[in-house]
Design a protein around this ligand. Structure first.
Ligand code: NAG
Ligand code: NAG
Ligand code: CU
Length: 693
């Protein structure tokens, strides 16, 4: 039937509209629900009325849920039918700036009509909170009014009206930058816009401004070099600017259809799908937060805990050019810019398939007023034709047995666009019990203008790849650090390193050998980590299987219930010197794996105050306490890393590049948990050539 071949590909959805998650129908929010607009409004009122911070102006840099203590949340979430869930108080953590100080406030918003400030303190250590969107805009507006900058632009033969500047965090470089006296300053660099949407491709190289974000004035200025501004032609990526578009039958359009409706259910922020249940939250710093993930064990007839809380703790992006304009490009995208505040509405049908459901988030602006982030998270079932398990049994007389089960997964997705880069963060839940975390990079490179027009002209280290004429895509890293508070079948877990070790066969049974011609083999040496020092692992060295086990939960045949960490690509560790300033701030990026005892206040790998942090309060510093981690409530910190050597295909916009890792059940179930799943009832699609044989 050739006509059908022109029809859309396979699956199509019933309810294509109004996919927004309804507001929680419950009178009381789930204790891990993000703060609602009403709660955020109440937080603001309480802070503004508080005598603790009398000085004005006051700006809000972070407001997030300060979740109840873990034992309380656990008894709420896993309350038995007989005991019923307690109503837990609702607290917010606020970080505000006033009078040149960072104020931390804890606000009780259990009753939104009578919010109250419970505690207040002034941050005395290093570092500053996230930038606000408003101050970045205000800083950018200073540049065209700053005479030396206007002069620099004029000297380059450009018109000030076509130049725009953005805020770049300045990093931390110790006593070498005493001149700013520990002030909350940032750098600004500028681009030439013109007709293209891709101003990142047209840097005004050589010019750096320093802005004091508190006084909102320019406090430093350099105009050092003036290579040509790269040409505009070929920089745009908008469909209407790229002509001609492909018109041929490059690919038939595909739409996902679920004739029987969605396979998952959303109750407020709680998602139930197949054997999984979990809570989806949203935070202005971390973005998506997944909590209370548990998997139903059909054989045991019970729900079993896997993850208490997981989120992206930091994204560290150091650039590899030591020159004046580039050395400080050592960004901490979560702690400086906010992944949640950088999340924009997902595009239905492109960012997420047609069968996706969407969730909104809320954060606050600089005035503390709630801002709705529309459609920032999507949830969808994915069947991409992959196999969960299979076997064909040939050789039986007169019979060919084939059993195959589809690998259908549930994806929770958010995209954060932090300036030039777009990060897609996926949480993928698999029916086999696996949680897969995927980070996909796209967007626009940070580019440096240069006089080079051709690769043959480059005689010294260009610190990047010539990706277009006069344009170098600068070398850099992406280190995405996850905080995963695993609770494998309960709270108390141990971290086990199973090192795969080569062995020699002595050939002599009296020394444990085997009397065979075999010379060598490998075996597994098991080590249970005692303290945090044992919890640090560089995974590119020895072949090692890393497990989180619950020593008190065993299978019927005696193996400890566990989950295994499986990296899949993107295992780069930092190559910076230990004494280099950016490395001191992000010292935890030297090893991919850290395991710490659970501590509610240890959430952010570079520390609570990431901007200009010094590393004195980061994950590596906490780990120096070398606390016990055996048979305790422990947290996995995993850093997914990529060394990015740009190439021409990354210009003008970068094709998606992904890295991932999985947490897979390991002796958690008694057997393959999918053994009892039904074979697919879905037959041939109309455009499958396998039909009429
Ligand atoms: C700069 O651009 C603006 C707006 O396009 C225009 O009005 C102005 O005349 C230009 N100035 C110069 C010196 O070209
Ligand atoms: C929990 O973390 C905070 C912040 O790092 C620290 O001050 C406190 O001592 C920690 N508590 C324990 C028991 O380690
Ligand atoms: Cu990159």
């Amino acid at each position: 039937m050739p006509l059908l071949a022109l029809l859309p590909l396979v699956l199509v959805t019933l309810s294509a509209t109004s996919d927004e998650v309804a507001a929680s129908p419950h009178a009381h929010p789930h204790p891990l629900d993000p703060l609602s607009a009403a709660e955020l409004t109440a937080v603001r009122a309480a802070v503004l009325a508080s005598p603790f911070v009398p000085s004005r102006p006051l700006t809000f840099h972070y407001v997030g849920l300060d979740e109840p203590d873990k034992p309380d949340v656990l008894s709420y979430a896993y309350a038995t039918a007989s005991s019923h869930s307690p109503i837990l108080p609702r607290f917010a953590l606020v970080i505000a700036r006033a009078g040149g100080q960072s104020h931390e406030l804890r606000v009780d918003v259990t009753h939104v009509s009578t919010p109250s400030v419970l505690s207040h303190s002034i941050h005395g250590g290093a570092g500053f909170p996230m930038f606000t969107v408003e101050e970045q805009i205000a800083a950018g507006a200073l540049a065209p009014m700053y005479p030396p900058f206007v002069e620099s632009v004029r000297r380059r033969g450009l018109n000030i009206s076509e130049v725009g500047c953005g805020v770049f965090s300045k990093g931390w470089f110790g006593s070498s930058e005493k001149r700013w006296g520990g002030a909350r300053v940032a750098k600004m660099q500028c681009f030439v816009a013109g007709e293209t949407a891709n101003f990142y491709a047209r840097p005004l190289e050589g010019v750096t401004l320093v802005v004091d974000l508190e006084r909102m004035t320019i406090v430093g200025y350099t105009d050092r070099i003036a290579p040509p501004v790269p040409k505009e032609e070929g920089t745009d990526y908008r469909a209407e600017k790229i002509a001609p578009l492909f018109t041929g039958p490059a690919a038939a359009p595909g739409v996902v259809v679920q004739p029987e409706g969605r396979g998952f259910h959303m109750d407020g922020h709680v998602v139930r799908w197949a054997n999984w249940e979990f809570h989806v939250g949203f935070d202005m710093r971390a973005g998506t937060v997944i909590s209370l993930a548990s998997v139903h064990d059909a054989d045991a007839g019970q729900r079993r805990r896997v993850l208490y809380r997981g989120f992206v703790s930091e994204v560290f992006v150091p650039y590899m050019d030591p020159e004046e304009e580039w050395y400080f490009h050592t960004f901490m995208d979560a702690g400086e810019f906010g992944l949640g505040t950088s999340a924009f509405p997902l595009q239905p049908g492109s960012d997420c398939p047609a069968n996706a459901a969407y969730m909104d988030g809320y954060y606050v602006n600089q005035d503390g007023k709630p801002v709705k982030a529309l459609n920032v998270i999507c949830v969808f079932e994915r069947y991409a034709g992959d196999v969960a398990w299979r076997h064909t049994q040939a050789g039986l007389p007169g019979e060919l047995i084939t059993e195959v089960r589809q690998d259908v997964t549930l994806v929770v997705r958010m995209v954060a666009t932090v300036g030039n880069y777009d990060y897609t963060f996926d949480w993928e839940f698999k029916t086999v019990g696996t949680i897969k975390l995927v980070v996909s990079l796209s967007g626009i490179l940070e580019m440096k203008a240069t006089s080079y027009m051709h690769a043959d002209q480059i005689t010294e280290d260009a610190h990047g790849t010539l990706v277009a004429e006069n344009t170098v895509g600068v070398y850099h890293d992406h280190f995405v650090t996850y905080h995963l508070d695993l609770d494998v079948d309960g709270t108390k877990n141990s971290f086990v390193k199973n090192t795969v070790t080569p062995m020699r066969n002595t050939g002599d049974p009296s020394t444990g050998g085997a009397d065979t011609p075999r010379r060598s083999y490998w075996t597994v040496r098991r080590e249970v980590a005692e303290t945090e020092a044992d919890g640090q692992v560089g995974i590119n060295g020895a072949p090692v299987d890393l497990l989180f086990v619950n020593p008190s939960k065993r299978t019927k045949i005696g193996n400890e219930a566990g989950y295994r960490l499986v990296p899949s690509g993107a295992t780069a560790a930092s190559l910076l010197a230990d004494d280099d300033y950016p490395q001191r701030r992000a010292s935890y990026t030297k090893k991919q794996v850290w395991v710490t005892p659970y501590n509610k206040s240890e959430k952010w790998a570079p520390g609570l105050y990431a901007d200009q942090s010094t590393g004195d309060d980061n994950l590596a510093a906490w780990s120096k306490k070398n606390r016990g981690i055996k048979d305790k409530d422990i947290v996995l910190w995993y850093t997914l890393g990529l060394h990015h050597v740009p190439c021409q295909e990354d210009f003008p916009v970068m094709p998606t590049l992904s890295g991932a890792f999985e947490m897979r059940p390991f002796n958690f179930f008694e057997r393959n948990p999918l053994i009892r799943t039904r074979p697919s009832r879905q037959g041939h699609s109309p455009n499958c050539s396998c039909g009429a044989r």
